[in-house]
Design a protein around this ligand. Structure first.
Ligand code: ATP
Length: 245
């Protein structure tokens, strides 16, 4: 087993309020991992702490590099890409310009090849490449932010609620893209609330309640009843996986 990202005793506080008291888990290289849990469980906070967007205590090691005390920009350079909730595109720039912004950490001349790869994953972006990003539908904007993250050839991609607010048809497109990325060997850490298929295709699911792990296992083992129990906080007793890494 090869570890892409190791999280050890991650603790996140907002002032006096403890959102995540100390969580440990690992992400295997080339795997898709889902974080699940009800609203306020701490999923977004964990993604933001990994990216350095909120202060946190504990150890985070990406491909052998300790992330603690590194800036969000340095983490991006180390290969960490974050697709936050809310589809943040640059609305006054074209689809192509938005994609190229994702390559800003690159020192090579691979931009055109990477644009091709993104457009193969999302042909809709090729059709819209000279259109302003602000004129895209919500689903197309979601394709664009995922595509922009791929432009830096990330070692790991964090995605927060990639299907939130999308039509059932668009949800299928995004889930299909996640499946293809997983099969191509990308390492994905996803927060999903609604798309059961995305959770079930994950190599590992970590369920969180009040910032603590309450369940984990391969996605295929998470049927609707088990997920419902997690979201309803039933039978959920916090435990830690630090001894299992
Ligand atoms: P959701 O699915 O609703 O986004 P979540 O699992 O992602 O939930 P977080 O958004 O990480 O959970 O929130 C975890 C806890 O931290 C919650 O109690 C929330 O109120 C609190 N919290 C999150 N952001 C802040 C903030 N900026 N200031 C204060 N408290 C916050």
């Amino acid at each position: 087993m090869s570890i892409s990202l190791a999280i050890e005793n991650l603790r996140i506080c907002y002032g006096a309020s403890v959102a995540v008291p100390g969580i440990s888990f690992i992400i295997e290289r080339g795997s898709m991992t889902s974080l699940v849990g009800s609203n306020g469980a701490g999923k977004t906070s964990i993604l933001r702490a990994i990216s350095g967007l909120v202060p946190a205590q504990g150890n985070m090691i990406l491909g052998g590099h300790p992330l603690h005390k590194t800036s969000p920009e340095a983490r991006a350079t180390l290969g960490l890409a974050h697709v936050p909730e809310g589809r943040h595109v640059f609305p006054g720039m074209t689809v192509l310009e938005n994609l190229k912004l994702g390559a800003y950490t690159r020192q090579d001349r691979q931009e055109a090849r990477l644009v091709d790869e993104v457009e193969t994953l999302f042909p809709r972006l090729a059709e819209r490449r000279h259109q302003l990003a602000g004129s895209l539908s919500g689903g197309e904007q979601q394709m664009l932010v995922i595509g922009r993250a791929l432009m830096c050839t990330p070692k790991i991609i964090l995605m927060d609620e990639p299907t939130m607010g999308l039509s059932p048809q668009m949800i299928e497109v995004i889930i299909d893209a996640l499946d293809r990325l997983r099969k191509q060997g990308f390492t994905l850490l996803i927060v999903e609330q609604n798309a059961v298929e995305a959770i079930q295709m994950s190599d590992m699911v970590y369920a969180i309640r009040l910032g603590a792990l309450v369940d984990h296992g391969p996605g295929l083992e998470f049927d609707v009843d088990r997920l419902t129990a997690i979201y309803l906080d039933e039978q959920a007793k916090p435990h830690d996986l630090s001894g299992e890494t």
